[in-house]
Design a protein around this ligand. Structure first.
Ligand SMILES: Nc1ncnc2c1ncn2[C@@H]1O[C@H](COP(=O)(O)OP(=O)(O)OP(=O)(O)O)[C@@H](O)[C@H]1O
Ligand SMILES: [Mg+2]
Length: 373
């Protein structure tokens, strides 16, 4: 049976009470037996011929004599049982704590690879389990931090070394540097600044500390504007871009700037990863139920190169690119979807993706609809 620490202490108290009661009961029975024995053994000529005071003295000394050993024996038994119980309960209380304290000390010294064995299902078992869960989360966070630092270093190292090389060459040549060459370096600096800004906002969003300036927003009007802004870029890439809305106005409580970035990231992906002659479509739908909640649904559909299914699971990870060589060539850093995911999540929504290689991809954004969200 699963016994909690509280139940164990209660059981110990109960057992001591029972033992105490048994001892006092047997004492009563023993004393009653002594009277019978006294009657049989001691009521003789001497007793009967004694004065009442002497009779009381005889009774007293007889009982004291008999009881002395008995009381001593019972008290020792009770003491022994009490001590064993106390010893047992102190073990129950402190033994698991000792292991936990040792593990906590190791964590305090920076060792996150500690695990406390979960031997029981009582309160201590729960504490040990919670402790193991905590160190697991800490290990995960530490791993994420290490990965982030390595990723950032990797992303910044290449452009920085290219820029350094170019600047050194210009310096050694000693000639006048044409502005268009400096412009290329300037572009690279802008790209890196954007990357650092993206990383900053992403780390805020990941930590759940992204500030949102939520206002009532007509999603249809807002998306029409974004599509209009990207029309030129799509046409330059030989793509047709259009928007269908089944409901207008479609109000959501959202931060317009963050929402713009979400759809900007999704649409630039569609434009980037769809070959010439393709099509990018934005479809807006109101009130899609997911359990009890209602969502506005926006799908960004393209007829592009698609994404193999084994990549779908990692698509929203920071710096994740399906085809690293191709993406780098086209200038992607692999932050766009991660940012979109976290921004939508901060609004209480979520993104789903469905894709077929060589046929196209659909990213569907669900945002809580109505004015109460
Ligand atoms: N619509 C799409 N069609 C095909 N592949 C896509 C699409 N959207 C995203 N991907 C794949 O997912 C990867 C991650 O996308 P994400 O937007 O996060 O990064 P990116 O576009 O490479 O860089 P950036 O940080 O500039 O957005 C891309 O590199 C690409 O391989
Ligand atoms: Mg992108």
């Amino acid at each position: 049976m699963k016994m909690t620490v509280r139940m164990k202490i209660f059981a110990m108290g109960l057992l001591l009470l029972i033992v105490g009661n048994i001892i006092s009961l047997t004492t009563q029975v023993y004393t009653a037996g002594l009277f019978d024995q006294f009657q049989r053994e001691q009521i003789d000529e001497i007793y009967l011929s004694a004065s009442p005071e002497e009779q009381i003295e005889i009774v007293k000394s007889y009982f004291l004599d008999k009881m002395e050993m008995n009381v001593l024996l019972r008290a020792s038994i009770f003491l022994l049982i009490g001590l064993s119980f106390s010893f047992w309960i102190s073990g129950v209380l402190t033994h698991p704590l000792k292991k936990l304290v040792a593990a906590i000390e190791r964590v305090a010294q920076g060792d996150l690879n500690v695990k406390v064995p979960v031997d029981t299902k009582d309160e201590y078992g729960k504490v040990a389990q919670a402790f193991n869960d905590m160190t697991f989360r800490l290990r995960e966070a530490e791993e994420a931090r290490r990965r982030l630092v390595a990723d950032v270093a990797h992303e910044l190292r290449t452009p920085l070394s290219i820029m350094q090389l170019k600047l050194e060459n210009y310096q050694q040549a000693g000639d006048h540097v044409p502005p268009e060459r400096l412009l290329r370096i300037h572009d690279e600096v802008i790209r890196m600044t954007l990357l650092v800004d993206d990383l900053h906002v992403l780390s805020l969003a990941e930590a759940g500390r992204l500030s949102l300036d939520r206002k009532q927003l007509d999603l249809t009007v807002h998306l029409e504007r974004i599509v209009e802004d990207l029309k030129h870029e799509a046409e330059e890439n030989g793509l047709d871009i259009c928007l269908y809305s089944k409901s207008r106005p479609l109000n959501v409580m959202a931060d317009a700037r963050r929402i713009t970035q979400v759809f900007f990231n999704l649409l630039t992906n569609s434009i980037r990863y769809t070959p010439r002659g393709g099509k990018v479509t934005v479809e807006i739908e109101d009130e899609v139920g997911d359990g009890n909640a209602l969502f506005a649904r926006v799908s960004v559909i393209d007829t592009g190169i698609g994404i193999p299914s084994e990549h779908l699971l990692h698509l929203f990870d920071r710096f994740y690119r399906v085809d690293k060589a191709r993406s780098r060539h086209t200038g992607g850093t692999g932050l766009g979807l991660s940012i979109a995911h976290h921004f939508v999540k901060a609004h209480g929504g979520f993104i789903r993706v469905a894709s077929q290689p060589d046929e196209g991809t659909i990213f569907t954004v669900y945002l809580p609809s109505g004015n109460d969200n």
